[in-house]
Design a protein. Structure first.
Length: 612
């Protein structure tokens, strides 16, 4: 957004100053400024903004507006940690303003306290086909049950995180928003539905919440409170989602043997000098490059000049069309919002018809597996100028991969286990953006933009003597390599059991020598494997679990923590059903009781999933 003297209440000099200042502000600075200006409307004058030097003299945060109850509850439902991080940020800002803040995962929240809450803020991500994340399931089910209380005295707001490439975008957030209203709560800030590039929109929502709760009288304390400043700075890392670290590639190996029909890369990256660290169970965010061939095919199909310079964002950053397609924009996924924007530019009856009400199934079928090149070719969009069409695209999102190393065992390094994705669909070759980038175009000495995504929902037990059961076929074994390396380094004595599966023993036994060494040394107590293509009858990890059902049940009864990593739609669901079957068979439970048992394990963090 740019201010013009002709269409705003500002003089030319003021407009120039605003246009120089605003693009360079951080999210925290924008939030503070929003509250500071709001304060000026209530006080009638703008005092000098507090400086860093003067902030030390202010010890106590200002109290909120008198008629706003001081209690605030911030609940988050998070699978990978994004909603949790935003919830922490909101809680810090509210605490700095003198509010009494309860910050909690939905899985840990005592629901009998809900009817006492005056101000409730819900931040929730959405998984798969519109499902709540694991740690939100108990609260979600309670809120949608007959046991949920009426909330006529509660004010609320909801922030949803999602991905517009999924049909049920931000569905969990929408469900919470609708249900809280049905229970009589008063919405004080409109729901925000954030796509994968969520920082700016989430920051605006946080600013609205702060203002709605009476930031006017406490605006100066946000910057002035030493406690608030310390906590925000403590959270901030020199490198993050918005400022990734250029990690040098130390090694890039193919883990599969000769003759395998798969290619799985083991990538080792240096974090030296970054100040970044991680724990087992965390993920690494990787910003990939689009496939050069797809970029050239788009340029050929449109006739665009790849060397033409275009503007990328509101900050005025520029790049050539070719570089923008390679590094900046997502070009491999189509979404309904994108097609709706394109339809506004293009005069094409068939595209308009596809977006008509009642054509949801046809639209879903078209979006599946198609990319920007398909859209351009199918609807003749080559005549649209590059800057106009590309401005409709979202930024290329980072890909999250479970870290397969222990920071304690491999200081200043981070390891990834990534399977290359390449296939033919709709008449031409398709490539997994990040996996093919890593497999084909990344060599030792190159750099890769990365950041750490902390995940408190997938962690080793605090008590190192607790038994653990790990279920991770294929690349789902990655975090368990991290777990066992960590346990070896720390000398943990708890029993450990790994279920691993893949296609063939001879070519696809990922990290075989490491597992064998850990078994020999006693770091890994036992391991069961399933190789689905080594026999006529396909055998998967869930079959091995059933074969060992008695021992598995005994471990669970001993207090073992269960971990599952891998494909959510198929493998994780099959494993869940298998666990239910084992509880029914060995524990003599009913179907309902077995389901309740697993639900309780989820709440107790004895059943954790890292699924995608």
């Amino acid at each position: 957004m740019e201010f013009q003297a002709t269409n705003s209440p500002f003089t030319g000099e003021q407009a120039e100053l605003l246009n120089r200042l605003l693009p360079g502000l951080t999210e925290t600075q924008r939030i503070w400024l929003s509250g500071y200006l709001t304060a000026s409307l209530h006080t009638g004058a703008i005092a000098a903004a507090p400086t860093v030097a003067s902030s030390a003299a202010v010890a106590e945060p200002a109290a909120p507006v008198a008629d706003v109850p001081k209690d605030v509850t911030v609940l988050f439902g998070s699978q990978t940690g994004n909603a949790q991080g935003l919830a922490k940020k909101l809680a810090q800002q509210l605490t700095a303003q003198g509010f009494d803040v309860t910050l909690s995962s939905m899985g840990d929240y005592k629901t009998n306290n809900l009817k006492k809450v005056h101000n409730l803020f819900v931040l929730a991500s959405t998984q798969g086909e519109g499902d709540p994340p694991d740690n939100a399931i108990p609260f979600y089910e309670f809120l949608h049950s007959k046991r949920a209380p009426q909330l006529a005295e509660t004010k609320f707001a909801v922030l949803g995180l999602g991905d517009t490439s999924y049909e049920f975008f931000c569905q969990t957030g929408k469900d919470f928003d609708k249900r809280l209203e049905e229970l009589g709560a008063e919405r004080i800030v409109p729901r925000a539905d954030c796509d994968v590039d969520f920082e700016e929109q989430a920051g605006e929502w946080i600013g609205q919440v702060l203002s709605a709760l009476g930031e006017a009288s406490a605006a100066a304390s946000v910057a002035a409170s030493p406690t608030a400043t310390a906590s925000v700075n403590e959270e901030a890392s020199p490198y993050s989602r918005t400022n990734p670290f250029p990690a040098e590639v130390l090694e890039n190996l193919n883990l599969n043997g000769r003759g395998s029909d798969q290619e799985t890369r083991h990538v080792e990256l240096s974090l030296e000098g970054s100040g970044l660290s991680y724990e087992p169970g965390d993920s690494l965010g990787v910003y990939p490059q689009n496939h050069p061939q797809l970029v050239e095919d788009i340029l050929q199909a449109t006739g665009w000049n790849g060397d033409e310079t275009i503007t990328l964002n509101k900050n005025g950053d520029t790049a050539s069309v070719r570089d923008a397609l390679l590094h900046h924009y997502e070009i491999t996924v189509l979404t309904k919002p994108l097609l709706e924007k394109v339809a506004g530019l293009a005069d094409h009856e068939q595209l308009d018809a596809l977006l008509e009400e009642g054509r949801a199934q046809d639209l879903r079928a078209y979006l599946q597996g198609r990319d920007l090149l398909d859209l351009i070719q199918d609807y003749g969009l080559g005549s649209i100028p590059a800057d106009e069409l590309l401005s409709l695209l979202r930024k290329i999102p980072a890909r999250l991969y479970s870290i397969s190393s222990s920071f304690k065992a491999s200081p200043d390094e981070v390891h990834l286990t990534v399977r290359k994705v390449a296939y033919e669909q709709h008449g031409r070759q398709r490539y997994g953006v990040c996996s093919v980038h890593l497999a084909e175009r990344l060599e030792a000495g190159d750099t890769l933009p990365v950041y750490i995504q902390h995940n408190d929902n997938f962690k080793l037990p605090q008590d190192a003597s607790t038994p653990i059961i790990m279920i991770g076929p294929g690349t789902g074994v990655a975090p368990f390599r991290s777990f066992i390396a960590e346990r070896e380094e720390t000398g943990a004595e708890g029993k450990s059991w790994l279920f691993f599966g893949d296609r063939r023993f001879a070519t696809d036994f990922l990290y075989q020598t490491e597992w064998q060494r850990w078994l020999k040394d006693g770091v890994l107590t036992r391991m069961d494997v399933a190789f689905s293509r080594d026999s006529d009858k396909k055998v998967y990890v869930q079959h091995r679990m059933l074969e060992r059902s008695r021992e598995l049940y005994e471990w669970i009864q001993e207090g073992a923590v269960l971990y599952v990593c891998g494909d959510e739609k198929h493998m994780a669901n099959d494993v869940h059903l298998t666990l239910e079957q084992i509880l029914i068979q060995e524990g003599k439970l009913s179907q309902e009781a077995a389901a309740e048992y697993l639900s309780t394990m989820l709440q107790q963090k004895r059943y954790q999933r890292d699924v995608y």
